[in-house]
Design a protein around this ligand. Structure first.
Ligand code: ARG
Length: 462
């Protein structure tokens, strides 16, 4: 056991209490951030003459050496220390002596951990955005490739109107685009530096908080020291955005599972992203897509857990907040893995164009267009709707489709039908005539793709 706070105590900490209280087993992942923050703090202490320049230099060199040794695997953060902060300070003092004991001047672990979590979250947000960008890129390429790949569009999981695979994928492009924007937005809002807030009430040392904020690439220091040490809003915002990413991945995974089923056969997931059965030799299961759908639960859980942890905490820091870490780290890892895996699965999947097109012509997906045809001939839409409904019923009885009927059969329902009906309700016409902004017609789709490309280009610069 190695603690920073032994002075006031006369008895040993109970072993279970020590384990229960310690956070090193999971906050060791903040080592890089902890050192980065400490280097900035030490540089400021020297600059403000709170410690001598030599002492500051010794601290900075010592901290950098610890970082290097840990990176190289020559030093490990062990359970001997209560948390990562104690580990760094203890090793530093061991190595550089007296100067190491001055590192914590004008600082508390409360503002230190607040800083570490912000730095770490900012990094993860950037990584997540990068992974979302990759997925958007994959989607755009597939959209360009599948402008002519016809498929049925569904409402209520019933065939509704024909569209293209490009259009269907485009819907997900928009969802993940919003996810990217949400991530960007969180970063903007959270980018203020809590260091220098002390335990809760700032400090009497002449700290230069603006300088530290600048060194750590924040927009500036936070404005209330109590809020600084007890704010975890940015984690809740991240988890909320992450939960939304997972919801999108899960919906898409669900569709892929359906499409990959023996009944649909719209797609075939690559072997690399499928698994087999231990008993049924014929099986190739979409386990990865199912796991992606399942993992959504743990990310939702993390969001709800943290909201619950935070809801009863009086100002300012309370130890409850240590509970922010494990669940947030787990959610962060999960989202990053899921985005990477999903992108790989999507990029290697085979799309069975013929099956999709065949499915698009079955199921009366052209019924709306047949009604619109009658409208074009002067029939009021409500009457046209009824007439085509009757026609559909007739087709169901005869096991046929609208476009396979003879002109005579059509005219028995309405004399308005002419030979140009067949052209008007063909799959190509049904899709290509839909040219309103955001519709699946090729020209409209090309505009959407161009807008998507422009967004992605802008996003990569950001
Ligand atoms: N391990 C603590 C956490 O994660 C660090 C801050 C501890 N501060 C304190 N006063 N006990 O929140």
């Amino acid at each position: 056991m190695a603690q920073l706070w032994g002075g006031r105590f006369t008895e040993e900490t109970d072993a279970l209490v020590y384990r229960f209280n310690a956070s090193v087993s999971f906050d060791r992942r903040l080592l890089e951030e902890d050192i980065e923050g400490s280097i900035a703090h030490a540089a400021m202490l020297g600059r403000q003459k709170i410690v001598s320049q030599e002492e500051a230099d010794a601290m900075i060199a010592g901290l950098a050496a610890i970082r290097e040794d840990v990176r190289r695997g020559q030093l490990t953060v062990t359970d001997v220390y209560e948390d990562v902060h104690s580990f760094v300070e203890a090793v530093l003092t061991e190595r550089i002596g007296e100067a190491g004991k001055k590192l914590h001047t004008g600082r508390s672990r409360n503002d230190q951990v607040a800083l570490d979590m912000k730095l770490y979250t900012r990094k993860v947000i950037r990584e997540t955005r990068g992974l979302l960008q990759n997925l958007l890129e994959t989607l755009l390429s597939l959209m360009e490739e599948h402008l002519d790949t016809y498929m049925p569009g569904f409402t209520h999981l019933q065939k509704a109107q024909p569209l293209t695979l490009a259009h269907h994928l485009g819907a997900y492009f928009e969802m993940f685009k919003r996810d990217v924007l949400r991530m960007r937005d969180i970063e903007k809002r959270m980018n203020t530096c809590p260091l220098g807030s002390g335990a809760l009430a700032g400090t009497t040392y002449p700290l230069d908080r603006a300088y530290v904020a600048e060194l750590l690439h924040f927009d500036g220091p936070t404005w209330n020291s109590m809020d600084s040490v007890s704010d975890r809003d940015y984690l809740i915002e991240y988890l909320s955005a992450a939960a939304t990413v997972m919801m999108h991945l899960s919906r898409f995974s669900e569709e892929i599972i359906l499409w990959n089923s023996n009944e649909y056969q719209f797609v075939e997931i690559a072997d690399a992203y499928s698994t087999g059965s231990s008993i049924m030799p014929q099986k190739k299961n979409p386990d990865i897509a199912e796991l992606l759908r399942g993992k959504t639960g743990r990310v939702y859980g993390a969001l709800l857990s943290l909201l619950t942890v935070m809801k009863g905490i009086p100002l300012a820091y309370n130890k409850d907040m240590q509970e922010d870490k494990e669940l947030t780290f787990d959610a962060m890892d999960t989202v990053k893995d899921c985005l990477t895996l999903f992108d790989g699965m999507l990029g290697t999947m085979r799309f069975c164009k013929d099956t999709m097109a065949k499915s698009a012509v079955n199921g009366f997906t052209n019924a709306t267009d047949a009604a619109d045809y009658l409208v074009g001939k002067g029939v009021p839409f409500r009457d046209a709707h009824t007439l085509i409904g009757r026609l559909v019923l007739y087709c169901i009885e005869k096991h046929t489709s609208i476009d396979a009927l003879s002109l005579e059969e059509l005219r028995a329902v309405s004399p308005v039908f002419e030979a140009d009906l067949f052209e008007a309700v063909s799959l190509e016409t049904c899709v290509e005539k839909r040219l309103t902004t955001g519709a699946p017609g090729k020209k409209a789709m090309r505009d959407a793709i161009a807008a998507g490309r422009a967004f992605l280009q802008e996003e990569k610069k950001y």
